[in-house]
Ligand binder design. Structure first.
Ligand SMILES: [Zn+2]
Length: 402
């Protein structure tokens, strides 16, 4: 059922169209030829709309176009209204009817083709949408938007090679770099190869991702993981280090892997040395390391305590003093100190999402490389800044990377 708001929208739209039509009628024609038949149809259609009989309204408006091609814009506006009300089938009907008209101007025909493609996307009819957007991308009109829609289709179909080719075409059309997104496409292909046991090919693809976007945390993490799998923890360490160099916000993401690499290398003090150096050279990593210590209980190095203490100071001197007193009073074993500190971080962050989308604000406990809500790439990042308003129950289930 439509809401009051959507009815209001109908009224506003129809009133605007009516005023526009009447103005045109009075300006363009002599006063003695007001085209009364069109006007009657128009208000009959309006009446059907307001009485919630949209199918009859569509019939009337479709008949109108056969009377006067000046009403093409009215049809676009009505189709757009139906689409916004979620009635995509009616929008499809209107756009198909427009395209079928032999005397429709070329610009209007191309616009109707684009809109119909958009209808098909919303209806989940990706094959039909793909055909239309391919036709448009060859036509020279709406090329950029059509290529973007094609990218969305290939993402949906997980056809990453087509997605890369389309993104490269889009770069040529609008001159704006798509390399950040293309790097994600290469990473997707690398992940497919890796899960098929083709580690060498996966590594080549991960390198292509790094070539497309050298600062991509995903490409860096993937390269590190592949190097670990091939038994080269020293090279993996360099890859993980590169991730932190490019974006300190991902320090917490690679920290457990870094600890693991030092352990594989048999370098027991290496992780502590790494942490001391990291804290000095990249103080911006403190909140992310503190977060990682809270989420990853396997991180038990005493040097973590320094990061947590530094993070707590940014949340108020009282918290840092509380931590100092806890440590003093209990004269704890090093590992228990970290546990006490972790407990304080838990009190601060318990109800907070681990990640947040910078585009749409979606909270999650999973690091999505493409936001499942707004479909933006690289927009979801580790979240460390309280306060956070929505309740924890708003979080999607699950943890991990996707
Ligand atoms: Zn989002």
């Amino acid at each position: 059922m439509p809401t009051d708001q959507s009815l209001l929208l109908v009224l506003v739209l129809v009133a605007a169209v009516a005023v526009g039509w009447l103005l045109r009628a009075f300006q363009a024609r002599k006063p003695q030829t007001p085209a009364p038949g069109l006007s009657d149809d128009y208000f009959r259609g309006l009446n059907y709309l307001l009485n919630e009989e949209p199918d009859k309204a569509v019939e009337v408006f479709i008949r109108m176009i056969e009377v006067d091609s000046e009403t093409v814009e009215t049809h676009f506006a009505l189709a757009s209204l139906f689409r916004r009300r979620g009635e995509v089938d009616r929008a499809i009907r209107i756009h198909q009817n427009l395209i079928a008209r032999p005397n429709l101007s070329r610009p209007h025909r191309l616009q109707a083709l684009y809109e119909l493609g958009d209808d098909y996307m919303r209806a989940g009819l990706f094959d039909r949408a793909e055909t239309l957007f391919n036709e448009l991308s060859e036509s020279g009109a709406h090329v950029g938007p059509a290529l973007r829609q094609l990218m969305a289709i290939y993402e949906q179909q997980r056809d990453w090679e087509q997605a890369i080719a389309t993104a490269q075409r889009l770069e040529l059309v609008d001159g704006r770099s798509q390399q950040r997104v293309i790097a994600h496409y290469w990473c997707e292909l690398a992940a497919v190869a890796s899960s098929a046991g083709q580690q060498r090919r996966a590594m080549q693809l991960a390198r292509k991702a790094q070539g497309a976007d050298p600062s991509s945390p995903r490409a860096g993490i993937l390269t590190g993981e592949l190097l670990e799998e091939t038994g080269d923890p020293a090279a993996a360490l360099r890859a993980y280090h590169g991730v932190i160099e490019h974006d300190p916000a991902f320090a917490g993401e690679v920290l457990p892997s870094i600890a693991q690499c030092f352990s594989k290398l048999g370098d027991r003090d290496g992780f502590d040395r790494f942490l001391v150096e990291l804290r000095q050279s990249k103080p911006a990593t403190a909140p992310y390391v503190a977060m990682a210590a809270f989420h990853e209980p396997s991180l038990r190095s005493r040097e973590i305590l320094g990061f947590i203490s530094q993070y707590l100071k940014t949340r108020g001197q009282g918290l840092a003093r509380l931590l100092d007193r806890l440590v003093e009073q209990r004269s704890l074993e090093p590992e228990m100190e970290v546990d006490s500190a972790r407990e304080l971080v838990r009190l601060l962050l318990e109800d907070h999402p681990r990640y947040l989308c910078g585009e749409c604000g979606l909270p999650s406990n999973t690091l999505y490389w493409q936001c499942p809500s707004c479909r933006a790439w690289s927009s979801v990042k580790p979240h460390v800044d309280p306060p956070y308003a929505p309740s924890a129950s708003a979080l999607p289930e699950g943890t991990g990377r996707r």
